[in-house]
Design a protein around this ligand. Sequence first.
Ligand code: ZN
Length: 308
Amino acid sequence: MNRKRQARRRQTPQWLVIFIVFIVFAVLKISGGDTFESPGGSPDQVNNIPAATAEYDWAVYFIDVGQADSILIKAKDQAMLIDAGNNDDGELVTGFIKDLGIDTLEYIVATHPHEDHIGGMDTVINTFEIKKIIMPKVEHSTKTYEDMLEAVLNNGLKITSPVPGTRFDIGEGEFTILAPNRSRYDDINDYSVVIKLQYKNTAFLFTGDAGIESETEMLDKGYDLKADLLKVGHHGSRYSTSEEFLNAVQPETAVISVAKDNMYGHPSPETIDRLRQAGVRVYRTDEAGTIAAVSDGEKIEIHSRKGD
Ligand SMILES: [Zn+2]
């Protein structure tokens, strides 16, 4: 009797064990799924932010917007945006800025009115409080340009024209406008607002899509172009980043904002060669994704999703 009962007792839990194992796996799977979900948005958006960036006090983010430019500068408790990617990048750029806990942009700079620089600007202007907007005086008859102007008007903003030599404060640092130096150019790219940003002993140079013509003017004016990090002009096109310009900037690091297999063949092998010859470390958004250049006021450290 006893033996029989024991045998029966031993047999009974088998289905129960299988059932419990099943439940345990089901629970693990659900909680596993939860850990991959971010509170701030889709997993893709989170991947666009290099690890722990929200903790950086002073950083320049080259947001991966494919074949376009978008650069966010987080300077202590202030922020500034240079360009906003293509039309489709509005949500990505605003999402990135929001994820860093930013709701006010002290400055936005629309370097020039090409779609790959101002595409997402209307969304940015409609999303955040904007203190000052800097853009060159050049008209462009595209829907993208009109959308941006409409957002500027609807939000009661005034456009500040870039005057070379003008300085602005930003989070214990400052930036100076270095271009455009003329009021008329044949190539819209040459209207690009060029900015040198200084934080203590570290300097950054942002050139938009400025070509060799604008670079030559900046050299002729005798501006102090020296910078630790250069945002390479015009996605690394061969018509920017002349040897003379590179000699004056003497960057340690260069960042190229570019899409993989783009139809323009950017960056050009000649530009890459000029940068290599000058001993510059080159980072590209098509290889590294979003790149963060973190400054402590003495040196700049590069962080990216793929890489260091
Ligand atoms: Zn461009």
